[in-house]
Design a protein around this ligand. Structure first.
Ligand SMILES: Cc1ncc(COP(=O)(O)O)c(C=O)c1O
Length: 329
């Protein structure tokens, strides 16, 4: 079994090299790679406006700059950067209770009325393991004048456009760092139909902008997103079937990692890290953890693997390593 950490495609690396050698780059002028990346990113999410920035957290910081007092986040399964950026801007963060990360639109509706946030920051997947009912969440937010910000770092190119769809989010942000669905090694973006959100963060956006090489990478790598996300979803489904005897959180939901309940997650995490030989990185996350699940569990991050190694043979081997490790401990 050869497992390889996700990396940008060859075409993406070539596009980045070409951009680095582009002699038409004139400092101070607008780079053609920036416009090309903004165009394809806004076409992908369906939003009218797009900005490319240096990282996912830069995108969150820029969007956060549009708010003043209070934002809302899920009580687990979100991204810790939401709270950190709110703290940085001295904005209060309030939480909405979830069903292990999954947002119930009725509960959200009550909490939105009671807590009156300006925005609700979510990730498309609860903890990368279960798709959120984003359309229903959007309807609650829209009815109550709350800006829904969807972090679609894991879901760009999602099948049937259920996630990362500009019709169901006021703002979409994403990281294009490693090992995200659009993996360029660095960068991120913001898309929206609300010009005011980009206008109010105009100055900070200028400070956080991405270089043309990253933009060239995003414009190329985003073309692979539908295939990458579909193959990753499928590999998680197969892995869950092979682990039928184990307790898996959100077993019946679509996700891009697989979360296994464990009495001793630290030990299991340690053993699995040694069991999986991944060239270039790791695929094990130990919970409880805000970004995943506040339960004792270990996540196998199939999303971190290069899609070329998400074949039946490797998924079978991964399942055997998990089952053997659990049996011998
Ligand atoms: C869901 C999510 N959003 C944002 C980020 C931050 O992205 P970046 O590392 O590009 O700042 C991450 C990083 O892991 C993430 O998982």
């Amino acid at each position: 079994m050869k497992l390889v950490f996700r990396r940008p495609s060859k075409a993406t690396r070539e596009a980045m090299c070409k951009s680095a050698l582009n002699i038409r780059h004139v400092p101070g002028s607008r780079y053609e790679e920036v416009s090309a990346a903004e165009e394809i990113v806004s076409k992908t999410t369906g939003h009218e406006y797009a900005k490319i920035v240096g990282s996912g957290n830069s995108a969150i910081l820029a969007v956060m700059s549009s708010f003043k007092e209070r934002i809302m986040v899920p009580d687990q399964g979100g991204w810790s950067g939401f709270r950190k950026m709110a703290d940085f801007k001295s904005i209060e963060t309030v939480e909405v209770p979830t069903n292990m990360g999954i947002i119930n639109p009725d509960v959200l509706s009550e909490h939105v009325k009671f807590q009156n946030p300006e925005a609700f920051f979510i990730t498309s997947f609860a903890g990368y393991m279960a798709e959120q009912p984003v359309k229903e969440i959007y309807e609650v937010c829209d009815d109550n004048g709350v800006v829904l910000v969807e972090d679609a770092s894991g879901s760009i190119g999602y099948p049937e456009k259920m996630l990362a769809n500009g019709n169901h989010a006021h703002v979409i942000i994403a990281s294009t760092g490693s090992p995200k669905t659009v993996n360029v090694g660095s960068g991120g973006f913001i898309t929206t139909n609300n010009k005011k959100i980009l206008y109010s963060s105009n100055y900070i956006l200028k400070s956080l902008k991405a270089d043309p090489v990253t933009c060239a990478g995003i414009a190329e790598e985003i073309k692979n997103a539908p295939e990458i996300v579909s193959k990753t979803l499928k590999s998680c489904k197969i892995l869950k079937e092979k682990l039928s005897e184990l307790k898996i959180y959100h077993r019946d939901k679509r996700g891009i990692n697989v979360c296994i309940a464990s009495d001793d997650p630290k030990k299991l995490g340690y053993e699995l890290r040694h069991g999986f030989d991944v060239d270039g990185g790791g695929i094990v996350t130990v919970c409880p953890r805000y970004d995943r699940l506040k339960e004792k569990a270990v996540c196998v991050e199939m999303k971190n693997l290069d899609v070329d190694c998400l074949n039946n043979e490797n998924i079978t081997k991964i399942s055997e390593i998990i089952l053997e490790t659990l049996r011998s401990s």
